[in-house]
Design a binder for this molecule. Structure first.
Ligand SMILES: Nc1nc2c(ncn2[C@@H]2O[C@H](COP(=O)(O)OP(=O)(O)OP(=O)(O)O)[C@@H](O)[C@H]2O)c(=O)[nH]1
Ligand SMILES: [Mg+2]
Length: 364
């Protein structure tokens, strides 16, 4: 299953508009009233990757199969969502299942589109959402801790887990998201074990007006400031423009983007950023049948990477023949690559690198 990214934010900030554009589908209902999205909407999005087409031309492959990220569009949340306001709880259970969160922040002015707090104010709007997520997590920890206490009574060796859970709860009470604990710490592990929302990687999407694409303005700056303080990422796009672009042919879209002064598709940028905050990387396979991108977490070793393709390849793993993408493009054929000594033979302990073009050798 591909990794997934939940789209969250206040009502009417453009989540469904962006989701619709992303999935080029009319599944999600974009409408000018709060809670247009009642059921979660799930869409799978290709991660654009130029390398696939370059390799396709080199090996004459019949098709290209890109990596994908799954997006889940969720109903907007309001103040008090964590205690059941609006569609609170329903919304929260849907993002519990996702691997990362994209928070859409409204940075467009439009008096025709109602804002639940009267006017967009990115700093305040982000805070409302962040607080609701933290409160929901605090509630989760309050239910989780008594369970841990029982476990510690049965097995005192589990004490550190309980201590970590208390530390996480204390941080949440201070309004600190669980992701502020360093990766690998007992606190981070406790947060992940409880499926905390604020433990998930977060990415901000500044949804700007059609006219603001060239000059983002103070609202986008405010989102950037927040992200900077957290070492986070911001993708700036206009949901409305992206939705229009999504309905055009590739050629028309290119012309329209040039007209708008958009260098690349905001949606492509979002898919790439989501892939990135999820801590993922890509390795490639290139054959006549297909050129394909495979998704693995950074740090994955060769046999496990092979397992993404097929369990049998992982079980029968002998070695991986690897060429870096850049070498492939420079030398163009496997024969030339072999002659130049650029085909590496790697074993079980090899840690995969971004852009490795791989051929796995395995026993059946
Ligand atoms: N002017 C302008 N309007 C936008 C933009 N993006 C979205 N809208 C409008 O804002 C309204 C709400 O958009 P949705 O995408 O349904 O918002 P949502 O965040 O999914 O809302 P809920 O599902 O109710 O939480 C619609 O009327 C959109 O057309 C934008 O970039 N500019
Ligand atoms: Mg919606």
């Amino acid at each position: 299953m591909p990794l997934s990214c939940g789209i969250v934010g206040l009502p009417n900030v453009g989540k469904s508009t962006i989701f619709n554009a992303l999935t080029r589908s009319a599944q999600a209902l974009a409408a000018n009233y709060p809670f247009a999205t009642i059921e979660p909407n799930v869409g799978e999005v290709a991660v654009p990757d130029e390398r696939l087409h370059v390799l396709q031309a080199l090996v004459n492959a019949r098709r290209v199969v890109p990596a994908t990220v799954r997006f889940v569009d969720i109903a907007g949340l309001v103040r008090g969502a964590s205690s059941g306001q609006g569609l609170g709880n329903a919304f929260l259970s849907h993002i519990r299942e996702t691997d990362a969160i994209a928070m859409v922040v409204r940075c467009f002015e439009d008096s025709d589109v109602t804002h639940v707090e009267e006017h967009p104010d990115p700093a305040r709007d982000v805070e409302i959402v962040a607080i609701e997520l933290a409160l929901a997590d605090l509630e989760t920890m309050r239910r989780h801790i008594p369970k841990l206490e029982r476990e510690v009574r049965a097995d005192p060796k589990l004490r550190p887990r309980l201590d970590a859970a208390h530390a996480v709860a204390a941080a949440l009470e201070d309004g600190k998201p669980a992701r502020t604990f360093p990766a690998g710490s007992t606190e981070a592990e406790a947060a992940a074990a409880a499926f905390l929302l604020t433990a998930k990687p977060l990415l901000y999407v500044a949804n700007v007006g059609e006219t603001q694409i060239g000059e983002p303005g103070p609202m986008v700056e405010a989102v950037r400031d927040i992200a900077r303080a957290e070492n986070g990422r911001v993708v700036m796009l206009s949901g409305k423009v992206e939705a229009e672009l999504a309905g055009l042919s590739e050629e028309e879209a290119r012309d329209f983007r040039t007209e708008l002064g958009l260098k690349r598709s905001g949606l492509d940028e979002l898919a790439v950023a989501a892939y990135d905050v999820l801590g993922l990387m890509t390795f490639l396979t290139a054959g006549e049948k297909e050129v394909r991108a495979w998704t693995i977490p950074r740090g994955t070793k060769a046999p496990e990477a092979a397992g993404r393709i097929h369990g049998d390849i992982e079980r029968g793993f002998i070695r991986a023949e690897i060429v870096s993408y850049d070498d492939y493009v420079a030398h163009r054929t496997m024969d030339a690559l072999r002659a130049a000594g650029l085909v590496r033979s790697e074993g079980r302990d090899y840690v995969m690198r971004e852009g490795d073009v791989v051929n796995f050798r395995f026993n059946v």
